[in-house]
Design a protein around this ligand. Structure first.
Ligand SMILES: Nc1nc2c(c(=O)[nH]1)N[C@H]1C(S)=C(S)[C@@H](COP(=O)(O)O)O[C@H]1N2
Ligand SMILES: [Mo]
Length: 420
């Protein structure tokens, strides 16, 4: 796809020299020049690192990113109100494809990260079951496993934009969002072992952290999809993401994906825990609250270019971003460079998975004038991501949760990109 765009550009240049096409490799503000330089037919002179042996094996034994990538880190937007509570956000502008590397998966803790010894950890299944059971982590790992790619998004993600553009970069507006390949046991497989009573309609899930975070979930809607996971992206869960066991409820708000999972209780009706009454409900303009809003609505955001980037040359750019829906696959993504007046379809890059981050790309010629870049996702149910104004008209601005409005990035004539 990219090559086609290059060819189209190259064709318009004198001599058609592809190497001279100004396609910026990086969007960093520090980048100078407009792209690849012209060259003769001579091979490159060897650099210093070509003339001597490199670093030895296993230095370090657990691999790390290149030292030049030291800025690609999780960041904390606000000082936590209480020790251990808070969130660290994924650097979306510096990621590629759809999978979030384990060291950059966002973190949201209500009472810090417990240091759980997996040999001492237990998971109890009880309540409306034929036979209550207690599992060790090894017991859980003996069941047949499944691996699925799912996004995880905090329902507080992008809450900064309810009252209009916050000025923040994408890491802080959308960075409570990650996507992993999760490996574990299907919820129905584990519950079948205990035998579900016909009167069981809800599932209470509880964490082993200091917050003992507890949520009620509608059993029928999650039974065949939810996973009790012990691994992410090919290795055991990271401590901050729920080691040694965690509940993954695909497409549901992040809060219901209970980390450090230690209890599953089958019940007839929701328990009305703190996290589903005073928190994680949305106050509407008429004073009513939306409760048990589980699925994350379809949403998208452009990650490159995004605030903090500076466009250094006029001409071709591949706009890149992410789209996702808690209700299934992404069907289409449209992009606009004129603030939503006109739209054109983006390409979906790579495999489009159910309830997973989906990378999109769109060709854009920057003419050097001011522009407003936007993306709009449509999922397989036909749901279309709303504008900020439509969302506010429907929900008001009292709710902290489930903001999924179309995001606008302004490009100034000097190439600066801003959330304004
Ligand atoms: N036990 C427990 N589970 C938890 C939390 C927590 O604080 N304790 N935070 C919840 C919230 S609000 C979110 S958004 C996700 C964050 O998961 P992550 O830190 O792996 O990204 O976990 C959820 N599960
Ligand atoms: Mo969250």
């Amino acid at each position: 796809m990219r090559r086609r765009a290059l060819k189209r550009l190259a064709g318009g240049l004198a001599g058609g020299v592809a190497a001279a096409v100004p396609v910026p490799r990086a969007w960093a503000a520090t980048e100078a020049g407009s792209g690849a330089a012209a060259t003769s037919q001579r091979p490159l002179a060897p650099a210093g690192w070509t003339l001597e042996p490199g670093a030895p094996l296993v230095a370090p034994p657990y691999g790390q990113p290149a030292s030049f990538e030291h800025d690609v880190i999780r960041r904390v937007a606000r000082a936590p109100a209480m020790p251990g509570s808070g969130s660290a956000m994924t650097p979306l502008a510096d990621l590629y494809g759809g999978i979030t590397p384990n060291g950059l998966v966002y973190e949201r803790h209500h009472a810090g990260v417990p240091a759980i010894d997996p040999d001492q950890h237990r998971l109890v299944v009880h309540g409306l079951v034929r036979e209550p059971r207690i599992y060790t982590v090894d017991d859980v790992m003996r069941f047949p496993s499944e691996s699925h790619i799912y996004f995880l998004e905090c329902s507080g993600n992008t809450g900064s934009e309810w009252k209009g553009p916050s000025g923040l970069p994408v890491q802080f507006t959308h960075g409570l969002l990650s996507c992993c390949e999760w490996t574990g046991v299907r919820l129905s497989t584990l519950l079948d072992e205990s035998g579900i009573s016909p009167s069981a309609k809800w599932l209470l899930a509880e964490g082993a952290d200091g917050a003992a975070l507890t949520r009620s979930l509608p059993l029928e809607r999650i039974l065949e999809r939810a996973l009790i996971v012990y691994a992410q992206n090919g290795e055991r869960l990271r401590p901050e993401n729920g080691y040694p066991l965690r509940l993954i409820v695909p497409g549901f708000e992040g809060n219901t994906n209970i980390k450090w999972l230690r209890r599953l209780k089958l019940i007839t009706a929701p328990e009305m825990t703190r996290e589903e009454t005073s928190k994680y409900t949305g106050l509407l303009p008429d004073g009513l609250a939306r409760q048990f809003v589980f699925e994350m609505d379809a949403k998208s955001v452009i990650t490159r270019p995004s605030p903090g980037h500076k466009l250094t040359a006029h001409g071709y750019y591949a706009i890149s971003g992410l789209a996702w829906s808690g209700r299934g696959r992404i069907r289409t993504v449209d992009v606009s460079s004129d603030g939503g007046k006109t739209w054109r379809p983006a390409r979906l890059v790579g495999a489009v998975h159910d309830r997973a981050l989906t990378r999109f790309e769109a060709d854009w010629q920057w003419d050097g004038g001011p522009a407003q870049l936007q993306s709009r996702a449509t999922d397989e149910t036909g749901y279309v991501q709303p504008t900020h104004d439509a969302l506010v008209a429907a929900r008001g601005v009292n709710s902290q949760y489930h903001y999924n409005g179309i995001q606008n990035w302004r490009v100034d004539a000097n190439g600066e990109v801003r959330n304004a």
